[in-house]
Design a protein around this ligand. Sequence first.
Ligand code: FE2
Length: 378
Amino acid sequence: MAQVQTETRPMTEEGDHLQIQAIDHLHFYVGNAKQAMYWWWKGFGFKPVAYSGLETGNRQSASYVLESGKIRFVVSAPYGPSHEIAGHHMTHGDGVKTIAIQVKDVEEAWKATTSRGGQSAWAPREEKDEFGVYRTSAIHTYGEVLHVFVDRSGYKGPFAPGYKPLEGYEAQSTGLAAIDHIVGNVQLGKMDYWVNFYHRVMGFRQLQHFDDQDISTEYSALMSKVMENGNGRIKFPINEPAEGKKKSQIEEYLDYYLTPGVQHIAIATGDIIETMTQLKANGIEFLRVPDAYYDLLPERVGDIVKEPLDKINELGILVDRDDEGYLLQVFSRPVQDRPTSFVEVIQRHGSRGFGKGNFKALFEALELEQGRRGNLDN
Ligand code: FE2
């Protein structure tokens, strides 16, 4: 049984110095923003709410902002080869460039992080339009990912200066409500470096630790540590590959993304049965573990799970329990051509874990797919 170990490590000496409120948005750099918008809109049920592009006077790039519950995604693509996004897309394919975080004071956040060793991406700045003042500053994290600090308290527009509201895009919500956690893949030997970065620079604490004995199949393995902010709303697990007989899923990611980056975005729903029914009807593809998993399920968790086990089986949902409760989760196939980022849908009933009890079954399913891609051999 998975044990949840909380607060295995204290906050930094000064505690939660950033006082982060929440994740503001994720910004994806993609090859075709219009089609990426359609995918999150029609596939995942996000509502397109704002746009920046030629029609709004932006000659450089096209961007759409989409929302579902408390989640905000931005997808952007370049109009020409000299734009920063073009180079990023050529090297990495579609992926998350920015994890933006809401803070009260972007200048303080920038000073607090850069004085603790964070590398600045841009100093505090203000952008203005008729909707007010939008303040940001930014630092680098793993790979080419940025943490942008956002203060939108003085801004009343649909997203940020340069964006105009989008009308007429009705969305059929699938119930995706909030970001539960965002996982980063880093290179072999770099996990502790980034764990320390989140601890020292960002004031996060370590929540839980898995080692390669926990998470291994016959062939491939990973190690993972979970970092959490002061109010517990933001969780960033960090994975690194572990030695195995064959190539690990983290190495496969790094081979295709060509740098550390965001592996998966876990999104919370209040009704995973309803959410998964709609996502599958919309054509979103998910991993399915071997049927034997469901033969053992009544014995493992049957006495506490409220949802009907036949529905859980039919929808390919995974269940894990610990001392505090249980959770339901399911993992999508990669959301772009390269086997890099994917989405997790999760519903928590008390459990604050990450589905450790599912890792073995899940990784076996993952490896089946990795083998089909011809990427299991070292
Ligand atoms: Fe996850």
